[in-house]
Design a protein around this ligand. Structure first.
Ligand code: UD1
Length: 377
């Protein structure tokens, strides 16, 4: 009989939860072969940013909670490292599995690598080429330290090979985020129900209603008052023609208040909502005319759903959403944003196709490969 392998899985922030959910499910269906231990760093801690996703996505309650909370990048990363090290001493896993590119990913990767524990990275190899993005630093370092690297698109595997990662360590498995999307699609909350529950104007609820969904939280867009002010101005203009449904990230809400721009949240055509659950945002995206975003995951989700997406960034680490999907980069330039919206409203926007292996089975492929690899290593 083969020995059961202990895999310590790490989550910390909201985008991690959609990635870990299908992996935990696949590991549970191999429970005789894998002992999966879930560690939540507590980088995100609000009910709306964390707890509710465990329920909605049926993620088992964390076995270990580190409760680190917010801080500067250095303080948050250091605190996670300090609290994660004793967990490894106690659990003695066969490997540590990290997902995505948040500070929790980097912090736990560093600790595992320094303790000589095998490190596995899911969603490896994505590169924006922009080191001003904290996530880009997290990706570069995590991948450099990883022993097994699972990629979601072909360019990610190419990036890793170009950086000198051994080709045998890189496995193209597809996109776990899309596993979650396909699993949850049938239970998406209808957009009208969500809008009604947050008291949106009745006119928006009458078909054929047209609206945009906006998500905005990248430091490069919201931390600088000039950039944020310019975005608020152009988005106010968009909202006069096409209502904007805007679930507001806590970072963005405080940035708007700090910069004296909170009037945007009550501007004509702007429907500001608290951070939403997964099934709510999914339902809104499914009914949206278009999505405006600076999120990484939303670029992928809109591509998988075939919904036009305008990305408020100058670059993307997910180029397949542009080459094959429905995504267009518009940066923070008002003219490009207005032109992008107008093109979609009048012509329907880019039609794309679903990228290779974004088929709902990425986590299954990861677990099968992981087991085989752990037994060989
Ligand atoms: C983090 C990730 C980012 C991801 C995003 C999704 C990093 C470097 N960034 O950014 O890649 O796209 O999560 O949300 O890891 N806050 C709350 N409640 C919470 C969590 C945060 O109010 O539950 C507030 C705090 O004031 C905090 C701020 O939001 O200072 C930012 O949170 P933080 O985790 O530092 O980064 P995000 O901007 O959320």
């Amino acid at each position: 009989m083969q020995v059961r392998k202990k895999v310590l899985c790490v989550v910390g922030a909201r985008p991690n939860f959609m990635k870990i959910a299908p992996i935990m499910r696949a590991m549970r269906s191999h429970a005789t072969e894998i002992d999966a231990v879930l560690v939540h760093t507590g980088q995100h801690y609000d009910e709306a940013m964390s707890e509710r996703f465990f329920q909605e996505l049926q993620i088992p309650a964390p076995d270990v909670s580190l409760d680190v909370g917010s801080g500067t990048h250095a303080a948050q990363t250091a605190e996670i490292m300090k609290r994660f090290e004793p967990v490894l001493d106690l659990e003695k896993p066969d490997c540590v599995l990290v997902v995505g590119d948040v500070n929790s990913t980097l912090a736990c990767a560093l600790v595992a690598a320094k303790k000589g524990i095998l490190l596995v990275h899911v969603e490896a190899g994505l590169r924006s080429g922009d080191r001003r993005m904290p996530e880009e630093i997290n990706r570069l370092v995590t991948d450099r330290l990883s022993d097994r690297l699972y990629t979601s698109e072909a360019t990610a595997s190419i990036n890793l090979a170009a950086e000198g990662i051994a080709p045998g360590a890189i496995v193209f498995v597809g996109n776990v985020m899309i596993d979650t999307l396909m699993h949850a699609r049938s239970s998406a909350v209808p957009a009208t129900q969500t809008l009604r529950s947050y008291n949106a104007p009745e006119t928006l609820l009458e078909p054929p209603s047209q609206f945009a969904v906006l998500t905005l939280h990248r430091p490069s867009n919201v931390d600088d008052p000039v950039t944020l002010g310019r975005l608020v101005e152009v988005l106010t203009e968009v909202a006069r023609e096409l209502p904007i449904v805007f679930p507001v990230h806590p970072r963005t809400r405080s940035a708007l208040e700090r910069c004296g721009l909170q009037h945007f949240l009550t501007a004509p055509g702007v429907i500001a909502l608290p951070p939403l659950g997964y099934q709510e945002i999914l339902g809104l995206m499914l009914s949206a005319t278009l999505v405006l975003t600076d999120s990484g995951g939303v670029q992928e989700e809109t591509t998988a759903l075939g919904i036009p997406c305008l990305t408020i960034r100058d670059n993307t680490e997910r180029p397949i959403t542009i080459s094959e999907g429905t995504n267009t980069l518009v940066g923070s330039d008002p003219t490009a944003i207005l032109a992008g919206v107008a093109a979609i409203v009048s012509g329907g926007g880019k039609s794309g196709r679903r990228p290779e292996l974004w088929d709902g089975n990425a986590a299954g492929r990861i677990v099968e490969d992981l087991l085989q690899w752990l037994h060989q290593t």
